[in-house]
Write a protein of this length. Structure first.
Length: 421
C-alpha cells in the first residue's frame, strides 16, 4: 500500500510520465510487430500450403472423376466392337484405370476432404476392384459371343454411376470446401495488427503533443521517425493483404471456378458417350440410356455459355461447341441406322475411326475441352503464385519497421528525460 502513493507522485511529474509513455509505446510497438509479422507468415503458409495443396488435390479429384467416367465410356465402346476389342480402346481403358488408381492414391495420401472425404475414398477403394472385375467378366463373355456379357457390363456401369461417381462427387465437394476455406483465410484482412498500428500512431501523436506543450519544441525527431515507421507498417500490411486477396479471388474466378464448370461439361459428355454405346448394346431395349444421353447432352450443348471468360477460352469453347453440334447430328444418323435395323452400320457409326463417327467427333470435342481446362488450371497456379508474391517479405519488413518504431520512440523520449537529470 505504501508503494502506490509513491508511484502516483512520480506520475504527477514529467519524468515519470515520460517513462510510462516509453513503456506503453514499446509494448504497443512489440504487439504490432508480432501480430503483423505472425499474421503475414500465417497467410503466406496458407497460400503456399493449404491453398496450393487444395488446388492440387481438387485437380486430382477431377482427374479421378474424368478417368472413371472415361473408363466406363471406353469399356462400353470396346464392348460394341464384339469379339476381340480394338487395341486402342483396350489400352485407353487400362490407362484410365491406372490413372484413376494414381489419382485415388494422391487424394488418399493428401487426406482430401477431411473425414467426409475419407469415407468417400474408402468407398471408391472398395468398389473400384468390383467394377473392373465386372468389366473383365463382361469382356470374357463378349469375346466368346455369349450374350450375358451385356448384363455384366450393365451391372458394371450401374456400379459406376450409382456408387463410384457419386462418391467421387462427394469427395470433390468436400475438397472444394477445404480449398475455399483455405483461400478465404489466406485472403483475410489483418484487422488486429492494423488496429494495433493505428492505436500506436494515436499514442505517438498524444506523446508528441504532450512534449510540445512541455518543451515548446514542435518536433521530436525520434517520435516522428517512429510515427513514420508505424504508418509505413500499417500501409504495408493493408496493401499486401488487399493485393493477396485480390489475386486469390482471381484464382477462383479465372481458375478453379471455370475449371469446375468445364470439367462438369466434360463429365457429362463422357456419360453421354457411354449412354450412346449402352443404347446400342441393349439391342432395342435401351430407351433409358437414350433418355440419359439426351439429359447429359443438355449440359454439353450449354457449353457456349462459358465462352466469355477470355480469348483463349472463347476459342477453345467455341470449337468444342461446334463439335458438340456435329456430334448431335451424327448421333441422329446413328439412331436412324439402328432403328431401321442396320445395327452393324450403327455400331460402325459409333466406334469407327472415320471423321464422321461419333467416336472421332467426341475425341475432338474432348481435346478442345482439355485445352480449356489446362488453360484455367495454369491461371489458378499463376494467381496463387502472385498472391504469395504480394506477401513476400512483408513479415520481415513489418518486423524491421516495428524495431524502428520502438528504437525511435525510446530514443526520442530518452533525450527529453535526459534534460531532467
Amino acid at each position: 500500500m505504501t508503494r502506490l502513493p509513491g508511484v502516483q507522485r512520480r506520475l504527477r511529474r514529467t519524468p515519470g510520465r515520460l517513462t510510462l509513455a516509453t513503456a506503453v509505446l514499446v509494448v504497443l510497438g512489440l504487439a504490432t510487430g508480432v501480430a503483423g509479422a505472425l499474421g503475414v507468415r500465417q497467410r503466406m503458409d496458407l497460400v503456399n500450403g493449404a491453398t496450393a495443396r487444395g488446388g492440387d488435390l481438387t485437380v486430382a479429384v477431377q482427374r479421378l472423376y474424368r478417368a472413371l467416367s472415361d473408363a466406363d465410356a471406353t469399356a462400353a465402346s470396346a464392348f460394341l466392337a464384339g469379339g476381340v476389342e480394338p487395341v486402342a480402346l483396350r489400352e485407353r481403358y487400362q490407362s484410365d484405370i491406372a490413372d484413376a488408381a494414381a489419382a485415388l492414391s494422391e487424394v488418399s495420401a493428401g487426406r482430401a476432404g477431411g473425414d467426409r472425404g475419407e469415407v468417400a475414398v474408402a468407398q471408391i477403394t472398395s468398389d473400384l476392384p468390383v467394377y473392373t472385375g465386372l468389366v473383365e467378366t463382361a469382356r470374357v463373355h463378349n469375346r466368346q459371343g455369349v450374350p450375358i456379357g451385356g448384363a455384366y457390363l450393365r451391372e458394371a456401369s450401374g456400379l459406376m454411376r450409382e456408387r463410384l461417381l457419386p462418391a467421387v462427387q462427394t469427395l470433390y465437394e468436400a475438397t472444394s470446401v477445404q480449398l475455399d476455406d483455405a483461400r478465404d483465410r489466406a485472403g483475410g484482412f489483418p484487422w488486429f495488427a492494423v488496429l494495433l498500428g493505428l492505436l500506436t500512431i494515436a499514442a505517438l501523436v498524444v506523446v508528441q503533443r504532450y512534449l510540445t506543450r512541455r518543451t515548446n519544441r514542435l518536433f521530436n525527431l525520434g517520435l516522428v521517425a517512429a510515427t513514420a515507421a508505424t504508418a509505413v507498417l500499417v500501409v504495408w500490411l493493408g496493401v499486401s493483404a488487399a493485393l493477396a486477396a485480390e489475386r486469390l479471388d482471381a484464382s477462383r474466378e479465372q481458375g478453379s471456378t471455370p475449371v469446375a464448370q468445364l470439367v462438369g461439361v466434360r463429365i457429362a459428355a463422357l456419360q453421354a458417350r457411354a449412354d450412346e454405346a449402352h443404347t446400342l448394346i441393349a439391342r432395342g431395349n435401351g430407351a433409358r440410356f437414350e433418355e440419359d444421353y439426351a439429359r447429359a447432352m443438355e449440359s454439353v450443348t450449354g457449353l457456349a455459355a462459358l465462352s466469355g471468360a477470355d480469348a483463349t477460352t472463347s476459342d477453345t469453347v467455341d470449337a468444342a461447341a461446334g463439335e458438340a453440334r456435329k456430334w448431335l447430328a451424327a448421333h441422329q444418323k446413328l439412331r436412324a441406322l439402328d432403328d431401321s435395323g442396320q445395327y452393324t452400320q450403327a455400331v460402325a457409326a459409333a466406334v469407327g475411326t472415320g471423321p464422321e463417327s461419333t467416336a472421332s467427333i467426341f475425341n475432338q470435342f474432348d481435346e478442345h475441352l482439355a485445352d480449356a481446362i489446362e488453360h484455367h488450371r495454369q491461371r489458378f497456379d499463376q494467381d496463387v503464385s502472385r498472391a504469395a508474391d504480394a506477401l513476400a517479405g512483408a513479415d520481415l519488413g513489418v518486423a524491421v519497421l516495428a524495431a524502428l518504431l520502438i528504437v525511435g520512440a525510446a530514443l526520442g523520449i530518452q533525450r527529453r528525460l535526459a534534460e531532467y537529470r
